[in-house]
Design a protein around this ligand. Structure first.
Ligand SMILES: [Zn+2]
Length: 402
């Protein structure tokens, strides 16, 4: 990868607010001059791709299977569920030769679609439980859009659904998704808490300075609550209230949808029974925002290794073709070893490039030397720990990469 393709700003500071930081670091760009509609250039897309890979592997490990629903749906389904009236000014309508006018909407969520799928495709208890997930881009028009990644009308998510025979089976699916989401958040090294809003409704909340949810906690427990004025029952101390950012949620819908939309299956006893459903989701850009907010230290973003944009920045001492050729040789060697690299071929000062690599969180830097001095310097997060101007090949350098 060449840094000149990555939309990095020349000047990027560590103390920027996460949304601004992500723009300057080339993870998101505004499109159509709108601050509410985002483009994900290469670094943002690489993040989303890696994230999808991590999420998929955790879900598959837990027997939660991939699915792909259409990005549009007939709005009349919402008449059946009784939600049409409440949402008619919060959805985006389609108009076209095939789809008519206002008959179809961009999918804001899929409870009705999944229930309709069950009506058409689930016949007996043998098909259940069904635990599925998909990556999707949600399109809503709920007026909540603000600048930045936290609240936008168009946003990427992973969403899951479970279809179950009864409440007991639904609880098992719920726990499966809960364990999976916990594992994903832990792999991403995100400090978070599960917040039980009511029975069967849990949100995952991250520590965040700019969060949209108030949470209370007490030092005697790791549990968090919605804001409470009162003192803690357990120890008598006052609750501490702070802001948190909702990353996703788990919700038990029981048979609410199947009752009103008449979705059922034939049980093992041969009886017609309503299908139970659970819905689950995580906002992918909220995870990106949270990592940037939580994993920043004095040097830069200290990405968890599994989601780093790249392992190595190769920085030419001068921007001459000779140096760039040497960088390309190193890049090629590392590619063979499966190590992801970026060559900083942008214009700008060498020292600034070193600094920028640290700030955006590319931890290893290789600076090749030429001529008699052939060899190289390697830095890891602001520190030079190998300086070898005499070696003729780079193997020694590669072996010291962290
Ligand atoms: Zn307490």
């Amino acid at each position: 990868m060449k840094a000149s393709n990555l939309f990095l700003s020349q000047r990027i500071e560590l103390n920027l607010e996460p949304n601004e930081f992500l723009k300057k670091a080339g993870f998101v760009l505004n499109s159509f001059n709108s601050q509410k509609i985002m483009i994900f250039p290469p670094l943002g897309s690489i993040f989303l791709n890696k994230l999808e890979k991590i999420i998929s592997s955790v879900l598959l490990e837990n027997e939660i299977l991939p699915f792909k629903l259409p990005p549009i749906q007939p709005f009349d389904l919402w008449k059946q569920s009784g939600r049409k009236k409440d949402f008619s000014d919060k959805v985006v309508y389609l108009k076209g030769k095939t789809f008519g006018k206002d008959k179809f909407i961009c999918s804001p969520t899929n409870e009705e679609v999944i229930t309709n799928f069950a009506i058409k495709n689930i016949e007996s208890y043998r098909n259940l439980p069904l635990n599925i997930y998909q990556f999707d881009t949600k399109i809503r028009d709920d007026g909540s859009s603000r600048r930045g990644l936290i609240r936008t009308n168009i946003f990427p998510v992973v969403e899951g659904y479970s279809l179950n025979e009864n409440e007991k089976s639904l609880k098992e699916s719920f726990e499966k998704f809960r364990d999976s989401f916990e594992k994903i958040l832990n792999l991403l090294e995100i400090t978070h808490y599960p917040l039980e809003k009511r029975e069967g409704y849990i949100t995952f909340v991250a520590n965040s300075k700019k969060g949209d949810t108030k949470i209370s906690h007490c030092k005697c427990s790791t549990k968090i609550y919605n804001p409470l004025e009162k003192k803690c029952n357990q120890c008598g101390e006052d609750y501490k209230t702070q802001l948190g950012l909702e990353l996703g949620c788990l919700m038990s819908e029981k048979d609410n949808y199947s009752k009103v939309m008449d979705s059922n299956y034939i049980s093992s006893k041969g009886q017609k029974s309503n299908i139970f459903m659970g819905t689950y989701g995580l906002g992918l850009t909220r995870l990106l925002y949270t990592i940037i907010e939580q994993k920043k230290d004095k040097i830069g973003i200290n990405w968890p290794k599994i989601i780093r944009p790249a392992e190595v920045m190769i920085i030419p001492f001068r921007n001459s073709q000779e140096y760039l050729n040497e960088c390309a040789i190193i890049e090629n060697d590392l590619k063979i070893k499966g190590i992801e690299t970026i060559i900083d071929d942008t214009t700008g000062r060498f020292v600034k490039k070193l600094e920028r690599a640290d700030i955006i969180g590319i931890p290893n830097k290789i600076i090749p030397m030429l001529g008699n001095k052939k060899g190289g310097i390697i830095q890891y997060r602001g520190e030079t720990f190998l300086k070898n101007k005499t070696i003729k090949d780079y193997n020694k350098i590669y072996s010291s990469l962290i």
